[in-house]
Design a protein around this ligand. Structure first.
Ligand code: SAM
Length: 262
């Protein structure tokens, strides 16, 4: 076997980020991930994509994947037994890979979690439809429930595409300049500073003078303070967390310098 198509080394195959998406609509993939940065990275073998049709794991001749909600009510619920068979199949091909279900009831996805996932072997993503999943699947297969925001989508596929896009751009060699990932919003708990480009004056609006000064120290200081101001005004939740973390790390450093208790 000659290694991956990109670099012809077996090592690369070992390092490829393997994405598996369990879905009723495999034709939605790679979708937007087949173009631009992610599309190129897919062609180059920096990540791989498998889709699994959940319906293939139905156990009746009608290939039923859902049933009516226990207790009554509108809509249909995805069956735990069918989902479990699909998850087990994916884990068989990619053992030790985290399994995440897309659900508005899940923990909000963060850049920190995305970074962790991107540094791992890959992800197995379970996409819901209808009213969602039979709750028993989560504990039965140690599945992490993830939400992409306080909104309700009609299916988990767009959420899976978002999660994958966020991971793929962090994979080694996918983004042009490695620093463009590190300076981005949320990487240090804050929103990024605003950007400007030519023309210097547009519709009577100018680029902040400091950005045209050529003084790199002043530019860095302006960016840092702008990042703090914007986070405080736009995302008070992030700002409070950031302030809390700063206080904690300052008190941790103080404790480290203190004499140990006698
Ligand atoms: N009945 C569910 C509720 O109210 O929590 C919503 C089900 S939604 C119509 C169908 C599927 O879309 C979900 O099972 C999930 O896979 C996906 N989905 C919807 N909103 C989502 C979100 N904010 N984050 C992740 N997945 C979402």
């Amino acid at each position: 076997m000659g290694g991956c198509d990109y670099c012809r080394r077996d090592l690369c195959r070992v390092m490829t980020f393997a994405a598996t998406v369990l879905t009723l609509y495999p034709e939605m993939f790679p979708g937007p991930l087949g173009i631009s940065l992610a599309g190129r990275a897919l062609e180059e073998g920096k990540w791989s994509l498998d889709t699994v049709q959940i319906r293939d794991f139905a156990i009746d001749k009608h290939r039923t994947v859902d049933d009516t909600p226990a207790g009554g009510g509108a809509g249909m619920v995805l069956r735990a037994d069918v989902l479990a068979a699909a998850v087990d199949h994916a884990l068989g091909a990619h053992p030790d890979t985290p399994v995440l279900a897309m659900t508005p009831r899940g923990k909000s996805l963060t850049q920190a979690r995305v970074r962790q996932l991107a540094s791992g072997p890959g992800v197995i993503l379970l996409c819901g439809r209808f009213e969602g999943f039979d709750e028993r699947i989560f504990a039965a297969r140690a599945i992490e429930e993830v939400s992409i925001g306080d909104i309700v989508l009609s299916g988990g596929e767009p959420a899976a595409l978002m999660l994958l896009d966020a991971c793929i751009r962090l994979l080694p060699g996918v983004m042009g300049a490695p620093s463009s990932g590190a300076e981005e919003s949320f990487e240090n708990g804050l929103l990024e500073y605003p950007h400007y480009t030519r023309p210097a004056i547009w519709e009577g609006r100018t680029i902040p003078e400091v950005l045209r000064s050529g003084d790199h120290a002043k530019i860095a200081a302006w960016r840092e303070s702008q990042s703090e101001i914007d986070t405080r005004l736009r995302r008070p939740d992030l700002w409070e967390r950031h302030k809390g973390a700063r206080v904690q790390s300052a008190s941790g450093a103080r404790h480290e310098n203190e004499e140990p208790d006698q």
